[in-house]
Design a protein around this ligand. Sequence first.
Ligand code: AP5
Ligand code: MG
Length: 215
Amino acid sequence: MNIILLGPPGAGKGTQAQRLVDKHGMRQLSTGDMLRAAVKAQTPVGLEAKAVMDRGELVSDEIVSALIGDELDAMGDQVGAIFDGYPRTAAQAASLDDILAARGRTLDRVIELEVDEDALVERITGRFTCANCGKGYHETFDPPKVAGTCDKCGGHEFKRRPDDNEETVRTRMAEYRAKTAPILPLYDARGIVSRIDGMADMDHVAAAIESALAG
Ligand code: AP5
Ligand code: MG
């Protein structure tokens, strides 16, 4: 199965993708994670992307589509893909169709996480991850079971994303409204969109996604 998780910043794409990975052995393809890895490694892509990401704007379609194609080639044909944060523009949606067709894959479902924008700033500014294993947390909604210790690996160091400040989040939301939301009608026309209440708690969102994928 190949699916897209679509929704504004903080909607819960990464949180839900991780659950699908754990439960079904699917593979999470997050262009945001790939770009952050490139920034950290100071590759040419990373050097070009850093300032754009820090402003909350979108990196070029060519760069992200190339990253997705490379990741798909690196994983086995039998593993299902969860596209997290990709596609984000009409051009990326067209590229994804070509990328999948060239690899004999089809797009089975688009999950739109519907959220109330006012709640997103709180979600994003409270977010942090384990510096060692990358597990995600939230200060209020999903803190580690033992404060200061990662549930998954026992690590004690945590980090925050440089673009997780209120000003950048507002730009990221505006980019979503202007460039990403308009691609939904394309998938609606194919009858493959499931709309899910992303304001419910994480377990309920996960259960709703499971039933959308089963149905
Ligand atoms: P990216 O990394 O994709 O960021 P984003 O779309 O802004 O989304 P987030 O990762 O912030 O949110 P999420 O939906 O994953 O939420 P999460 O699950 O963490 O992109 C970053 C940047 O990279 C872009 O701005 C752009 O510059 C560039 N980029 C990336 N892809 C690109 C592309 N295709 N084209 C061009 N540029 C691209 O949840 C957030 C928090 O809320 C967490 O703390 C979590 O614990 C909590 N939470 C989650 N669900 C719930 C819930 N149901 N209830 C309460 N709390 C919850
Ligand atoms: Mg994410």
